[in-house]
Design a protein around this ligand. Structure first.
Ligand code: ADP
Ligand code: ADP
Ligand code: ZN
Length: 215
């Protein structure tokens, strides 16, 4: 059986989480999202969560050593032995280098391409379930019952603190400066797969799956 060690790259709001969940289900591999893990730590109020919260709320990246530590621990768990899909990590050059030093050789890096204007539109309308982390959009993907999570029934969908306009601007700036250079990094490694993130989510999923068929 093929082992899939995959990573989703792209600006905030590109649809990385939406797509990573679907790909993880199809391939039966764990979805490893640093954003989800950090939000969980923040919700529980752990030391790590407290440390990360101030950066996250401002739309800044959490320091590399913190994020590298949680990914290292997560990838050592048994369920990741047969492959995984990383979502939101690495986001900086030092993180990419740390991943390589852990001995992880990625089979494919899926780079989801969307414009800054689309990012602003998507994040501005994103609604999140504070209970299970499910993601909706006011216009593109409203929940079937107003304000109720389809996945877990929780009442009260929220706008993330970092989906406020000032934080969105900050995150886009951080993306262009720190994360976008990884496109070239992984292109040189020969594992980059570019996929347009525009259009209906199902068609984006199919485009990703067809890129993975060559592996
Ligand atoms: P997005 O929807 O912008 O892709 P995520 O849910 O992946 O957001 O991440 C939310 C926040 O968590 C980021 O803005 C950042 O503060 C923090 N974070 C997540 N992953 C990383 C990472 N690899 N390095 C540094 N900070 C991270
Ligand atoms: P990321 O993890 O890259 O930050 P998300 O998967 O959370 O991105 O998606 C960001 C927002 O855009 C969410 O509100 C989501 O419902 C919406 N979205 C995701 N994919 C699409 C798409 N193909 N077209 C329109 N909106 C989308
Ligand atoms: Zn929910």
């Amino acid at each position: 059986m093929t082992q899939y060690r995959l990573m989703m790259l792209g600006p905030p709001g590109a649809g990385k989480g939406t797509q990573a969940k679907r790909i993880a289900e199809r391939l039966d591999i764990p979805h490893v999202s640093t954003g989800d893990m950090l939000r969980e730590a923040r919700r529980k109020g752990t030391e790590l969560g407290k440390k990360a919260a101030e950066f996250m709320n401002a739309g800044d990246l959490v320091p590399d050593d913190v994020v590298i530590g949680i990914v290292r621990e997560r990838l050592e768990e048994e369920d990741a032995a047969g492959g995984f899909i990383l979502d939101g990590f690495p986001r900086t050059r030092p993180q990419a280098e740390a991943l390589a030093e852990m001995g992880v050789e990625l089979d494919a890096v899926i780079n989801i391409d969307v414009s800054d204007d689309e990012v602003i539109n998507r994040l501005g309308g994103r609604l999140s379930c504070p209970s299970c982390g499910a993601v909706y959009h006011e216009e593109a993907k409203p929940p079937s019952k107003d304000n109720i999570c389809d996945e877990c029934g929780h009442e009260g969908l929220i706008t993330r603190d970092d989906d406020r306009p000032e934080a969105i601007k900050q995150r886009l700036k951080g993306y262009h400066k720190q994360t976008a250079p990884l496109i070239e990094f992984y292109e040189k490694e020969g594992v980059l797969k570019n996929v347009s993130g525009v259009g209906d989510p199902n068609s984006v999923t199919e485009a990703i799956v067809s890129e993975l068929e060559d592996l």
